[in-house]
Design a protein around this ligand. Structure first.
Ligand SMILES: C[S@@+](CC[C@H](N)C(=O)[O-])C[C@H]1O[C@@H](n2cnc3c(N)ncnc32)[C@H](O)[C@@H]1O
Length: 235
């Protein structure tokens, strides 16, 4: 095992922190190669460390953006933002979260600077930094709750933002609880009537009945107004 894979014996003992080598990362991602090259396919790395899997997925997605949009800096910028919005991570250690965000930003910015050159905008870089603070979170992936810098459970649920590019340059943000997305909250058992149990589990606040499919689907905790993708940090 290389030094790069282990930071300290203590961290291995306390948190099982052993980073995956690049060769294994590539081999595993190759099992879902098409998805890793699809610009908007969403990935969650639930114990992301400093982002070995997310970093490689971002590289692959940005290569796809480049192959398709290298002749248009405006399109490259937009789809490079879409790529970063699709990546999510959770780690229980704050320093890993910081390192993961910084690493993903550096990969993103390297490609952005190289491909958009004089047309790069600081505002867009700020938007990507902001998206990474929303998508890469410090939390416990088992309890699906946030932890603070000291590793204490804050009692707050992990909440992720879904970003959808809708028309032109506008992006729609909706926030969802991770436990709801993972199906940890039961749907109401009867047609629209909540049982005592479901009410206690807060199902009505977390799920909504899809009129088309008649299935219970996650309900956003919060929806945000449409905004240009380079201004998401201002809403
Ligand atoms: C085996 S390492 C893997 C890191 C990275 N996914 C990789 O493959 O290189 C496990 C990671 O999970 C984190 N971790 C341990 N328990 C966790 C938990 N309950 N919730 C979230 N992250 C956790 C550790 O801090 C560590 O970064």
């Amino acid at each position: 095992m290389s030094e790069r894979q282990v930071k300290s014996r203590e961290r291995v003992a306390d948190h099982g922190e052993v980073f995956t080598a690049q060769r294994e990362v590539n081999a595993m991602l190759d099992l879902v190669k098409q998805e890793t090259e699809r610009i908007d396919s969403r990935f969650l790395e639930p114990a992301c460390g400093d982002g070995n899997f997310l970093a490689e997925i971002l590289r692959r997605k940005l290569a796809a953006v480049k192959a398709r949009y290298k002749k248009s800096p405006a399109d490259f910028e937009k789809y490079a933002v879409v790529a970063v919005t699709s990546l999510y991570g959770v780690d229980i250690l704050g320093d890993n979260v910081e390192a993961c965000r910084a690493r993903l930003f550096d990969i993103w910015d390297g490609e952005y600077s190289e491909n958009c050159k004089g047309e790069c905008r600081e505002e867009c870089r700020d938007a990507v930094r902001y998206i990474l603070t929303r998508n890469i979170l410090c939390g416990n992936a088992l309890t699906m709750r946030r932890v603070d810098a000291e590793g204490n459970d804050t009692g707050e649920p992990i909440v992720f933002s879904e970003w959808n590019m809708v028309t032109g340059s506008l992006i729609k943000r909706r926030d969802y609880r991770l436990d709801v997305l993972m199906g940890e909250v039961n749907s109401p058992k009867t047609d629209g009537q909540l049982s005592m149990f479901d009410a206690a589990a807060n199902a009505a606040d977390s799920l909504q009945l899809d009129p088309e499919t008649k299935a219970w689907i996650p309900k956003p905790l919060r929806e945000y107004p449409l905004v240009a993708y380079w201004q998401v940090q201002e809403v």
